[in-house]
Design a binder for this molecule. Structure first.
Ligand code: SF4
Length: 373
């Protein structure tokens, strides 16, 4: 029964006030929401109806809301609200503001959102502090319009002109956590595959459901990166995602199917003996890409950081987290628009960066580093 999948069990952990353990899960793991709602406007869009059909085939019932606001998500406590929201999928129309794309350095020229929210439970989650309100996963019914709207941005490449104009589709979500329920990213891959200009769709994921992507006419215009980390991080802090070995197996399969692929090594943590832990990770990656003909592999290296806002949200979601978020051991920096963030001190940053640059060159020579932050 689909409802016996992880979502419900995680919810019980959350209600008990226990941070959900990062559990090992096989590649076949698929999130099944406990509740699915749709706004009336979602019914006016062909993709909204496609998603509903897909969900019906999986035995999921869609509840039609009476208005375009999500209701019934708040619980008695923050923990209960978190648990309810994380097990709810909402089919909605994207906010009109999203049609004007924003630049998204350093990953891509533009950010495009096909959904917002993610059913996983990473204790350092990037969404904490960025999104407001309960963390419901919203998928967009107006996908066709969103994709058509991108054509106005072709030819605006600034970041890495050799890759064409790049569009990042995982700023606020994890595509492979949701695609089995929506098909949205499969359609996006096909859209980019048929697009006769130098463009690239890109996203990063901690999931491994790539079966439906292998035979798509992608034309090499989608780069799928897998978010990876040393086992000490993946097994302790990434609840509800799939195992590292399954992500790497999925990366290999996409690479063999001719996709450009990538690693998002994030968040890099200066744990005790980090060289040893990350050395093992790089060796696993080298093994996963061994012998792939025409491999096009990149790496994006992102160190752990937090903001006062993200720390507050994360400690309310995961009160027992072991994640280090100690302001006194960090450097305080001002990000975009003056927002404060806490990053590793300069000496630690230099040691990490030097090590990663050297070791990637030695252990996976074909891998191109796109940026370090
Ligand atoms: Fe957050 Fe990404 Fe983890 Fe989802 S997979 S919970 S978006 S960090």
């Amino acid at each position: 029964a689909p409802h016996s999948a992880s979502g419900e069990r995680m919810e019980l952990h959350d209600l008990a006030g226990i941070a959900p353990p990062a559990r090992a899960a096989g590649p076949g793991r698929r999130w099944m929401p406990r509740r699915v709602v749709a706004t009336p406007a979602a019914y006016d869009h062909p993709h909204g109806l496609r998603i509903m059909r897909r969900l019906a085939e999986r035995g999921l019932e869609v509840e039609r809301l009476s208005g375009n606001r999500l209701t019934g998500v708040r619980g008695e406590t923050d923990r209960e609200t978190y648990a309810r929201a994380k097990s709810t999928l909402a089919i909605v129309v994207s906010p009109p503001s999203r049609r004007t794309l924003q630049p998204i350095a350093p990953s891509a020229d533009w950010r495009v959102d096909l959904a917002e929210g993610c059913p996983a439970h990473c204790q350092y989650c990037y969404l904490a502090g960025s999104l407001s309100g309960p963390p419901v996963t919203r998928v967009y019914a107006d996908l066709d319009d969103i994709l058509e709207g991108l054509t106005a941005y072709a030819g605006t490449a600034k970041r890495r002109p050799e890759e064409g104009t790049t569009f990042e589709a995982s700023c606020y979500t994890d595509p492979l956590a949701l695609d089995h329920l929506t098909g949205s990213w499969q359609r996006a891959v096909e859209f980019f595959g048929a697009w006769d200009e130098n463009v690239q769709l890109r996203w990063t994921t901690k999931f491994a459901g790539v079966d439906d992507f292998l035979a798509l006419p992608h034309a090499g215009r989608t780069r799928v990166r897998f978010s990876v980390n040393c086992l000490s991080v993946t097994t302790r802090f990434e609840g509800g995602t799939v195992r590292l070995e399954d992500r790497l197996a999925a990366l290999r399969r996409l690479a063999l199917a001719g996709y450009p692929v990538g690693l998002t090594i994030a968040p890099i943590m200066a744990l005790p003996d980090w060289q040893e832990h990350y050395g093992l990770l790089l060796d696993e990656v080298a093994h996963a890409v061994d012998g792939v003909p025409g491999l096009d592999l990149t790496a994006e290296l992102i160190t752990h950081r937090f903001t006062p806002g993200s720390k507050d949200v994360l400690t309310s979601w995961y009160p027992r987290t072991q994640l280090e978020m100690d302001e006194s051991s960090r450097d305080r920096k001002h990000g975009k628009f003056g927002a404060v963030k806490y990053v590793y001190p300069r000496a630690t940053m230099t040691a990490l960066r030097t090590w990663f640059e050297q070791e990637l060159a030695t252990r996976i020579p074909s891998c191109r580093i796109l940026y370090w932050t």
